[in-house]
Design a protein around this ligand. Structure first.
Ligand code: 8X3
Length: 251
């Protein structure tokens, strides 16, 4: 019987997911990393197992493939998981709603709504056993709509409300639920949103100091490392220069 405990992270191959993986490994947490990109996951595994006394299990899969997600969680059944970082999510496009690519709407709904919800649901039995902690990653876009944000903003409002509801459903189980809402973080987020258009992506972070993935990871670690009687329900983190979703002071 495996007596280790693990932290499970979705969207673990880059950005906030990879930054949290690195910080958890520093404090000797074993990891279950889930993302589409096998090569990136294996690089992280190699790096972390070399540096720290940890075991890193990698599962290369697309979280929108719900049958594969179901099979994976079945396979993990005998493992003890005390932390879940429900992080996989993306924005695709930033057009006015009437011009938006329908396929992009669907992808955002598949990842940010359906896969997010299925991961939240499947992880609960594990977390109940360990009195564990789930961190859901929403966004400033979940409380403030902006032009071209329509469905992305909607999906993040969804994350926020599911998170609040989970907290109510799980009251009394000892499971902690935290919603972390980042503002502008310089990761692959904008490159993905603008489909590889580097210029457009770089423009998002021009003229001010944005957040970096490590800033969000530090905040997540803060929430995780509170004593068991302390549940941080919600934290929004923005760059100092960002006072609202579209109010960024550029020098
Ligand atoms: C990321 C923040 O405002 O660029 O969720 O959508 S924003």
């Amino acid at each position: 019987m495996n007596t280790k405990t693990y932290a499970l992270i979705t969207g673990a191959s880059s950005g906030i997911g990879a930054a949290v993986a690195r910080k958890l490994a520093e404090t000797n947490h074993n990891l279950i990393l889930i993302a589409r990109r096998k090569d990136k996951l294996h690089q992280i595994k190699e790096e972390l197992e070399k540096k720290h006394e940890v075991e890193v299990l990698c599962f290369a899969l697309d979280v929108t493939d719900i049958p594969r997600l179901n099979t994976l969680f079945k396979k993990l059944e005998d493992l003890s998981i005390d932390i879940a970082i429900n992080n996989a999510g993306l924005a695709l496009g930033k057009d006015s709603i009437e011009d938006y690519d329908w396929a992009d709407f669907n992808t955002m709904i598949d990842v940010n709504v359906k896969a997010f919800t299925r991961v939240a649901q499947l992880i609960i039995p594990f977390l109940k056993k360990t009195k564990g902690h789930i961190i859901n990653i929403s966004s400033i876009a979940g409380i403030e709509a902006y032009e071209g944000g329509s469905v992305y903003c909607g999906t993040k409002a969804f994350v926020k409300m599911v998170s609040k509801s989970m907290r109510l459903d799980l009251a009394g189980t000892g499971v902690r639920v935290t919603d972390i809402a980042p503002g502008a973080v310089d990761t692959e987020f904008s490159t993905v949103r603008f489909k590889g258009d580097k210029l457009k992506a770089d423009n998002v972070y021009q003229g001010f100091v944005p957040l970096y993935a490590d800033d969000i990871a530090d905040t997540i670690l803060f929430a995780l490392n509170r004593p068991p009687q302390v549940n941080i329900e919600y934290i929004m983190i923005t760059p100092t220069a960002q006072a609202g979703a579209t109010r960024i002071h550029r020098g």
